[in-house]
Ligand binder design. Structure first.
Ligand code: PMP
Length: 281
């Protein structure tokens, strides 16, 4: 397995055993992470992922002991230490050691894991409508990419798997479409690419923001708007965006079969064309 870890000033081949029962992160979930990707010497949007990590930490009342340049530099150094032809997941994280209910910000520490994770081929996936919902902004720290936000996604994925689906479409507290359990969601209708307007209840994905730009530059009309289950049922195409799989067409939504469509294909091509310019350095 090609992998590398960084903690407390040291590079390690094996995942360090970091926590114990007295650690605040272990007890109270005071941890944030970000997930980027590196493949074939490229690290697309690595800097925005590192920026989001710092923002997530502040939103969870943590005080990052290292700044953006150092996080970004350590991620790049880790990637350079691994074979260039590999495909990796890059996961920097901050977590707190101490605290009672609230973390003690000064006890925040940094850890980094970079490990082999082949890029999926972009084949289609099936999704159902979940009974779970994303929390509103005043119900959870929805502006952070924090581990404590994921149990509902896990339950949505279990519900989907039990029904024979790969992923789950999750609504916001108002009943509008928010995202998938693990990625952002798009539909295409009459050639217009649409994605839920960001309302603070779901992750404003870095891949989502990149695809908004790339599709616009490719001449597509892109609309950030309110979407409902009925919009998905009437869509010409549905696809997902996220760092893990980049752009992936949905081929079944509930009992509706869909074909991978031309807009998702162009979005995926545009993403990988642009990614070729994002060298690790
Ligand atoms: N929503 C959720 C819940 C996610 O976990 C992810 C993956 N990080 C995304 C959306 C996609 O975000 P990004 O494009 O920044 O990876």
């Amino acid at each position: 397995m090609k992998q590398i870890f960084y903690y407390d000033g040291a590079w390690l081949d094996e995942s360090p055993k970091l926590t114990g029962p007295m650690d605040h992160a272990f007890w109270m979930s005071s941890m944030v992470f970000d997930g980027a990707r590196a493949f074939h010497g490229l690290a697309p949007d690595l800097r925005p992922h590192c920026e989001r990590l710092i923002r997530s930490a502040r939103s969870m009342l943590l005080a990052p002991p290292i700044g953006l340049d150092e996080v970004d530099g350590l991620c790049r150094e880790a990637i350079r230490k691994l074979p260039k032809d590999g495909e990796y997941y890059v996961r920097p994280m901050f977590f707190a050691r101490e605290g009672f209910v609230s973390p003690i910000p000064e006890s925040t520490e940094f850890a980094l894991a970079v490990y082999e994770s082949p890029l999926p081929g972009g084949d289609g996936f099936a999704a159902c409508l979940s009974s779970r919902r994303r929390p509103a902004r005043d119900m959870a720290p929805t502006d952070a990419k924090a581990g404590c936000l994921y149990p509902n996604s896990q339950r949505a994925l279990k519900e989907a798997a039990d029904r024979g689906f790969d992923n789950a479409v999750i609504r916001d507290p108002s009943g509008n479409i928010a995202e998938l359990a693990t990625a952002n969601l798009w539909i295409v209708r009459d050639g217009v690419a649409m994605t839920p307007v960001w309302n603070g209840t779901f992750l404003n994905g870095i891949t989502r923001q990149r695809i908004i730009r790339l599709l616009g530059e490719a001449g597509f009309e892109v609309l950030e708007t309110t979407l409902t289950h009925e919009d998905l049922m009437a869509a010409d195409e549905i696809f997902s965006t996220g760092n893990y799989g980049k752009v992936t067409p949905m081929v079944r939504y509930e009992d509706r079969e869909l074909q991978p469509g031309p807009v998702a294909r162009r979005a995926r091509e545009a993403y990988f064309d642009w990614a070729a310019t994002e060298r690790v350095i």
